[in-house]
Write a protein that binds this ligand. Structure first.
Ligand SMILES: Nc1nc2c(c(=O)[nH]1)N[C@H]1C(S)=C(S)[C@@H](COP(=O)(O)OP(=O)(O)OC[C@H]3O[C@@H](n4cnc5c(=O)[nH]c(N)nc54)[C@H](O)[C@@H]3O)O[C@H]1N2
Ligand SMILES: Nc1nc2c(c(=O)[nH]1)N[C@H]1C(S)=C(S)[C@@H](COP(=O)(O)OP(=O)(O)OC[C@H]3O[C@@H](n4cnc5c(=O)[nH]c(N)nc54)[C@H](O)[C@@H]3O)O[C@H]1N2
Ligand code: SF4
Ligand code: SF4
Ligand SMILES: [Mo]
Length: 891
């Protein structure tokens, strides 16, 4: 709805509900506004944006004035100009001339320049409050004008509460909550406060120089599956010099986490390799694209001729675009003629996809991130969102801090959200199946299920009831270590609160019984009717930026693009691709490794995935990779896989250098756009797959002009994605299913009935204990996972400014356990399992329970995966990274 109002004597059109400041900004005639933050409700302090409103005795701040029909305002007058000038003169006392030159883009600095008011703070201020304790953020409180934007952003968006304010009026002072400064405060380095600061009080020392940007490009963060939209600024030399959050990003709404904000330096890091290379006599030799492609193609075709298609395989990249992955699987199926194609979803959320597909019909999140603000209860299981999906973590945290929702956290560790939760259940790792059975048992026994939903939409009762009845909370307590009363309380709270959504992660899936554990969680949602409504559902937090997409584009042996089974999608794919698909069943990544170890598997094309580093049971992985006759690696850097086992290296463009799309955890396809040109000889993965297919003598089906043409073909083979045209995606992301161009997309699945049919069938789940049993020799259970500052194999986060914040993997132990072992913080400890050993610095962490330990796996030098055994989920083949019996001793 639009409405008419008079501004400085001219009629203008405003939008219902917008503030006058927003309208003036749109019209390019806004007065300076220093305290206003578009992400937060107005709280006028600086009053620089005041205007005169007809009929009002005093000037009104435009940031807090909502436009209305017939409003008449003056933004310019002698009085207003004089008032603003005086204010700016006063504020100029807080601005250092050199800082104004270094940060001309800050809103106070722009206002001073526009008003020709000279900055007056003496060089170096009075030296009172310069705080350089944080590696990436400098604090100079002499330049603070007490606008409070940092305080509010940190409290109301991030939820960290780092900034405190002392005094009042002119004497106001800000302090971070650190003992010595921001560096040891509760800051999680999201950069939100720096972004909001209108002066040079908070500045970015990571090397970004946003004012030198000559163009800004909107794209998607290349790290995690949250899918934050951001703008990358590039300077005249084509370097990335600025990062800012997209204010209307559908998930992040103007926010970013530390990796999105400070982690883009990997694009031009020294580790980047941008020339094709062939290994000759043990050494990497740079070569032309033609040579590298011809060599790789000749070797692949020779292996195919000698050993047959089943001896070859392809790994797609959960970091590359949908278009890249679509062509990676097409290369496997049409050129190599095998379904041996997989991706990193295998080691991650494959159990989630299988469980959701089997029970409900669609292997993806049922709801959307915007449901967070509609939900009254979050059941958070085996996920640590404030570190691993931080922008979602912040949204969850805000709801808890505001008392809008409660949480139940099920995690062996006392995570940040567990601290804020109403209930925290800390099971032994790998025991969620009996825990969920016991919760289901209690829900039915106490009659708190949603009987109407159950009667209408569920079947398979008899075997299910029998199986759960075998698990009283008391029996589960014996296995899980969670008190029976707590199990009962959690079951009742989840059943009784609506809407309630579950959010889960790898704590459930990376187990010997990952599929069953996710099914157990889905059962709880079904029993309580928490499916098909806003604010409810089962919502896996997917891992990498495009892991949802790479699997969904068909980088899985058993599925074709669109997550269609081979049976479902075969006819369409064969028609569009003009070629018969192979008949033989494809191998999963883990089966490919087994076959390689046995000498049955000979050649692997690895697109953006560092398996040598990240697969479990490293010694066995390395032995298998060693046996391969050909390893072609397509990546940004010489990964461990390439450096140790590669024969050909094909340099790929990073997300910042190419077009295409990513798919986030809520089924949203979002446009990726190039912010800078390809580095060196690097090429987009889709281009490399086409060139390699041609070099293999198979140009048919690999002749594409650009990524958009690839996407158009994806839509032809994927009926539920057909409505997501390039033009629509360019305007805004869309969530599938989206069947035609009129379809607005789907924020919510299984509203009435399920994609599998009108009724879901409950399953009886038997508990299968892990072979990783603690004993006298290996008494502690190790959980591996990640931390906020580093990302997976570290090729990107270690190669950016984020590295400075937390460099190494650590072994985290409870204080009492460290003390009992006589170990001190920082000390090097030797960790031994039944499979291997690793040396790590000790970190004392009260979040870890005695009897357990936690380690991250980011550092290639630590090789934490040597510790992990060969165990995996029987159906999804996902490795059991989350439970390993270990012994700890001083190194
Ligand atoms: N900063 C950062 N963010 C990331 C990544 C990163 O490397 N760094 N990686 C991305 C990727 S690839 C992924 S897949 C996601 C993973 O994101 P998450 O799923 O959040 O990852 P993890 O830290 O591996 O494990 C989550 C939690 O499971 C708990 N857990 C362990 N065992 C059990 C168990 O038996 N039962 C239960 N209930 N809980 C258990 C652990 O204590 C841990 O807190 O993060 C993504 N985001
Ligand atoms: N012990 C232990 N091990 C684990 C886990 C655990 O919890 N514990 N978690 C597992 C999980 S969930 C995951 S997802 C894996 C992750 O393990 P990896 O997939 O090995 O880790 P990433 O760092 O995501 O690496 C992906 C690669 O993609 C490259 N890359 C980035 N963008 C592009 C691009 O556009 N094109 C190409 N061609 N390459 C690109 C990067 O340089 C990097 O080498 O680790 C698993 N390993
Ligand atoms: S960087 Fe983020 S967490 Fe740190 S003080 Fe600023 S707003 Fe708070
Ligand atoms: S939450 Fe994920 S997508 Fe968003 S900025 Fe952080 S790493 Fe990037
Ligand atoms: Mo992952």
């Amino acid at each position: 709805m639009t409405l008419k109002l008079e501004i400085d004597g001219v009629w203008q059109e405003g939008r219902e509900g917008e503030t006058l400041l927003a309208l003036l900004q749109r019209l390019g005639m806004a007065p300076p506004a220093l305290c206003h933050d578009p992400r937060l409700p107005p709280a006028p302090r600086c009053r620089l944006c005041e205007v005169q409103v007809a009929g009002e005795p005093h000037p009104q701040p435009a940031c807090a004035l909502v436009v209305r029909e017939g409003l008449s305002v003056r933004t310019q007058s002698a009085d207003l100009a004089g008032y603003r000038h005086q204010w700016l003169e006063r504020l100029a006392g807080h601005v250092e001339p050199a800082a104004m030159q270094r940060h001309p883009e800050r809103s106070l600095h722009r206002a001073l320049s526009a008003a020709r008011v000279a900055p007056r703070l003496e060089e170096g201020g009075c030296g009172r409050s310069l705080d350089s304790t944080h590696p990436l953020i400098q604090v100079d409180l002499d330049q603070c004008i007490a606008c409070q934007r940092c305080v509010r952003v940190c409290n109301e968006i991030q939820g960290q509460g780092v900034w405190h304010q002392l005094g009042r009026g002119e004497g106001i002072q800000l302090l971070s909550d650190g003992a010595t400064g921001l560096g040891d405060s509760h800051c999680v380095s999201c950069g939100g406060c720096v972004d909001a600061c209108p002066t040079a009080a908070l500045t970015d020392t990571s090397g970004l120089q946003p004012h030198t940007a000559v163009r800004w490009t909107r794209t998607v963060c290349p790290y995690c599956g949250v899918g934050c939209e951001l703008e990358l600024g590039a300077d005249a030399q084509d370097r990335i010099v600025g990062v800012r959050a997209a204010l209307d990003g559908p998930v992040n709404k103007g926010h970013l986490c530390v990796k999105g904000r400070f982690g883009q330096g990997y694009v031009d890091a020294p580790s980047r390799v941008t020339t094709p290379m062939i290994r000759r006599d043990g050494a990497w030799v740079p070569c032309s694209w033609d040579e590298a492609l011809a060599y790789a193609a000749e070797r692949l075709m020779a292996l195919k001729a000698a050993h047959g298609p089943q001896a070859l395989g392809v790994l797609g990249s959960a970091r590359a675009t949908n278009e890249d992955n679509y062509l990676a699987q097409k290369f496997a199926r049409l050129v190599l003629e095998t379904h041996n194609v997989d991706c990193c979803a295998r080691v991650c959320h494959a159990p989630t996809a299988v469980a959701l597909k089997n029970l409900l019909g669609t292997g993806a999140a049922t709801n959307s991130f915007d449901d967070i603000e509609h939900s009254r209860l979050f059941l958070i299981v085996g996920a640590n969102p404030t570190e691993n999906h931080p922008v979602i973590g912040a949204r969850l945290k805000q709801q808890l801090l505001r008392g809008q929702a409660q949480a139940i956290v099920i995690d062996p560790r006392r995570t940040e959200l567990a601290e804020l939760a109403t209930l925290h259940l800390a099971p032994w790792p790998g025991t969620d199946v009996p825990l969920f059975n016991a919760m289901a048992q209690h829900i039915l026994a106490s009659g708190v299920q949603d009987s109407a939903f159950a009667a209408e939409r569920l079947e398979g009762w008899a075997p299910f009831v029998e199986a759960v009845n075998a698990w009283t909370p008391e029996r589960a307590e014996g296995v899980c270590g969670v008190p029976a009363a707590l199990i009962r309380a959690a079951a009742e709270l989840y059943a009784r609160t609506r809407p309630a959504m579950s959010i889960h992660g790898l704590g459930l899936t990376e187990q010997v019984q990952g599929v069953d554990a996710v099914m157990g969680l889905v059962h709880l949602a079904l029993l309580c009717g928490h499916i098909g409504q806003p604010g409810s559902g089962v919502n896996p937090l997917r891992g990498q930026n495009n892991v949802q997409g790479s699997a969904h584009m068909g980088c899985e042996p058993g599925s074709l693009p669109g997550g269609q089974s081979l049976a479902q999608g075969r006819a369409t794919c064969e028609a569009v691709w003009g070629q018969k698909l192979p008949e033989a069943r494809g191998l999963t990544l883990m089966e490919m490794m087994d076959a390689a170890g046995q000498g049955r598997f000979k050649g692997l094309l690895v697109v953006g995935y560092d398996i040598a580093h990240s697969l479990p049971d490293s010694e066995r992985t390395w032995a298998a990779l060693e046996k391969l006759e050909l390893v072609v690696v397509q990546d940004l850097v010489l990964t461990q896989t390439a450096a140790r086992f590669g024969h050909v290296f094909l340099p790929a463009c990073s997300a910042a250098e190419k077009s295409g799309s990513f798919m986030n955890a809520e089924r949203r396809v979002q446009r990726v756009r190039p912010a800078v040109s390809p580095r060196g000889e690097a090429r987009p993965d889709w281009w490399i797959q086409c060139a390699l297919a041609q070099a293999c003598g198979h140009p048919q089906g690999f002749e594409f002009e650009d990524a958009a043409a690839v996407w158009d073909e994806v839509r032809r083979v994927w009926p539920a994605g057909a409505g997501m045209s390039n033009a629509r995606l360019d305007a805004a992301g869309l969530q599938w299913p989206c069947r035609d161009e009129q379809d607005p997309g789907s924020t919510l699945l299984h509203r009435s009935g399920f994609s599998i049919g009108p009724r879901a069938t409950l399953r009886a789940l038997e508990f299968l204990g892990s072979p990783e049993r603690p004993d006298d020799e290996f008494p502690v259970l190790l959980i591996t996972g990640r931390n906020l500052y580093q990302f997976n194999a570290g090729t990107m986060s270690h190669a950016s400014a984020v590295e400075a914040l937390r460099p190494a993997d650590t072994l985290d132990l409870a204080p009492e356990q460290a003390e009992a072992l006589g170990l001190a913080e920082g000390q090097a400890v030797r960790v031994c399992s039944r499979h291997g050993e690793a040396v790590l610095p000790l970190r004392v962490d009260a979040r870890v329970a005695p009897g357990m330990a936690f380690a991250t796996f980011h550092d290639p030098e630590r090789e934490v995966n040597r510790l992990i055994g060969p165990w995996r989920d029987a159906v999804a083949h996902t490795p059991a990274y989350k439970r390993t019996a270990i012994r700890i001793q001083p190194a």
